[in-house]
Design a protein around this ligand. Structure first.
Ligand code: DCP
Ligand code: MG
Length: 366
C-alpha cells in the first residue's frame, strides 16, 4: 500500500474555510445573503481578496482587479477588508483545532493541516474527527468549511478542495493511486501556469502521466521540484504536520527561458513577481517592512540585496517601487541573469495597518 510507514498510516486532516472573508461578511450582514459579494480594495488600483460563490459565477475571483470584477458583475457588493476581524475569527477556529490535537499547522488565516492520528478527544478516525471539527467550527462561528482527510498532507489538501462548500472528502490508502491518476497536473503543489506549460510540453497533463514519467526527465526539466512532484505522485509525502512552522518571508521568483540582460529586460518581470508576493501577504494577513531582490546569474552564482524600510508594505506597486530601486542601484547587471526573485521580510500582522497612502521610498545611494 502507498504511504504505509511501518504498518501505520497517519490521519491528516486539511481544513479550509469556504470563501473565508466573504463568508464572514455575509454572516455579519444578513442583507448580503444571496447577493454577489466580494471583499477587496476599491478601483482603480484595488484587487479582489475573495468573492462568495454567487460572485464567482460571474468570473469574480481572488487577485482579480476590482475594476474588472465590477465589469463582469455589475451588481457586485464590494466590501473593504477588515483584517483584525478575520484574524479574531481565525483565532476561534484555531481553538477548535487545538481542542482535537496540538499538531496544528496553520497555512493561512483560514486553512490548516492537523495530524489527528492520536486525537485528544473523539474516535481514532480521521473522517469522524473531521466531521466533528466542521460541526464545532459551525457552532463556534456560524461558518462553513471544507475538509480533506488522508494519510499525507498532499492528499488531504487536494481532497479538501474537491467538494466545496461544506464538503468532506476522504482519500483512503487503497483509493490514493486512482485519485492521483485522475488529478489534472495543476492540482499538484507548486504547479502554476508556467510549470504546467512546461509539463504539457513533454506530454504531461494528468497525475497518471506524471506517475508514468521518467523521474530523471522531470528533474532535468524542473530541477528538484520535478523530483518532488514525482515522489508526491507516488504517494510519498512524509512531511510532518509542523505546529512551529513560521513564515518569515513571502517571496516569488521566476527562471527565464533564456537569460536576460540589463534593467530594461528585467524590469518588466517585476510587476508579476510583486503581485504574487502581495497576494501571499494578503492571504496570510501580513505586512512586511523589508524588501529583498534575488538574482541568479547565468553561471548560477546567487546575489541578494535587501532594504529595510522601517515601515510596513503590503501593496504590489509599493513592493515593486522598492524592488526596482534595489535592482537599479544595488545589483550589478553587467552579466546575464537566469533567475529573478522578489521577497518581503520582517513580517507582521496586518492588524491595525490601515490602507496606506501610496509610498514613494527612495533608497539612500550606497
Ligand atoms: N486571500 C487574499 N488574496 C488571495 C487569496 C486569498 O486576500 N489571492 C484571502 C481571502 C480569502 C482568504 O485569504 O478569503 C483565504 O484564501 P483561500 O484561498 O482559502 O480562499 P477562500 O477561503 O476565499 O475561498 P475557498 O472557498 O476557495 O477556500
Ligand atoms: Mg478558504
Amino acid at each position: 500500500m502507498p504511504g504505509h510507514n511501518g504498518g501505520v498510516y497517519r490521519r491528516i486532516v486539511h481544513v479550509d474555510l469556504d470563501c473565508f472573508y466573504a463568508q464572514v461578511e455575509t454572516r455579519d450582514d444578513p442583507r448580503l445573503r444571496g447577493r454577489p459579494v466580494a471583499v477587496g480594495g476599491r478601483p482603480p488600483r484595488g484587487v479582489i481578496a475573495t468573492a462568495n460563490y454567487e460572485a464567482r459565477r460571474f468570473g469574480v475571483h481572488s487577485a482579480l482587479a476590482t475594476r474588472i470584477a465590477l465589469d463582469r458583475c455589475p451588481g457586485l457588493v464590494l466590501i473593504e477588508p477588515r483584517f483584525d476581524h478575520y484574524r479574531a475569527v481565525s483565532e476561534q477556529i484555531r481553538e477548535v483545532f487545538h481542542s482535537y490535537t496540538d499538531l496544528v499547522e496553520p497555512l493561512s488565516l483560514d486553512e490548516a493541516y492537523l495530524d489527528v492520528s492520536e486525537p485528544k478527544r473523539g474516535p481514532r478516525s480521521g473522517t469522524i474527527v473531521a466531521r466533528l471539527i466542521q460541526r464545532d467550527i459551525w457552532r463556534a462561528t456560524g461558518l462553513t468549511c471544507s475538509a480533506g482527510v488522508s494519510f499525507n498532507k498532499f492528499l488531504a489538501k487536494v481532497a479538501s478542495g474537491i467538494d466545496k462548500p461544506a464538503g468532506l472528502t476522504v482519500v483512503e490508502p487503497a483509493a490514493a493511486v486512482g485519485f492521483i491518476e485522475r488529478l489534472p497536473i495543476t492540482e499538484f503543489f507548486g504547479v502554476g501556469p508556467k510549470t504546467a506549460e512546461r509539463l504539457r510540453g513533454i506530454g504531461i497533463t494528468t497525475g497518471a502521466q506524471l506517475r508514468a514519467a521518467d523521474p530523471g526527465r522531470l528533474e532535468q526539466l524542473l530541477g528538484k521540484p520535478g523530483r518532488d512532484l514525482y515522489e508526491i505522485a507516488h504517494c510519498r509525502d512524509d512531511r510532518p504536520v509542523d505546529p512551529h512552522r513560521e513564515r518569515k518571508s513571502a517571496s516569488s521568483e521566476t527562471t527565464f527561458v533564456t537569460d536576460l540582460h540589463g534593467l530594461d529586460e528585467l524590469c518588466p518581470h517585476l510587476p508579476g513577481l510583486c503581485a504574487d508576493v502581495a497576494r501571499r501577504l494578503a492571504k496570510h494577513g501580513l505586512v512586511g517592512s523589508g524588501v529583498v531582490v534575488k538574482v541568479k546569474y547565468a553561471d548560477h552564482t546567487l546575489l541578494t540585496r535587501q532594504y529595510q524600510l522601517g515601515f510596513p508594505l503590503r501593496a504590489a506597486d509599493e513592493i515593486e517601487r522598492v524592488a526596482r530601486e534595489i535592482l537599479a542601484t544595488r545589483v550589478p547587471l553587467d552579466r546575464s541573469v537566469r533567475l529573478l526573485g522578489v521577497g518581503v521580510y520582517d513580517l507582521a500582522d496586518a492588524r491595525g495597518e490601515g490602507t496606506q497612502p501610496a509610498l514613494f521610498p527612495t533608497l539612500p545611494r550606497p
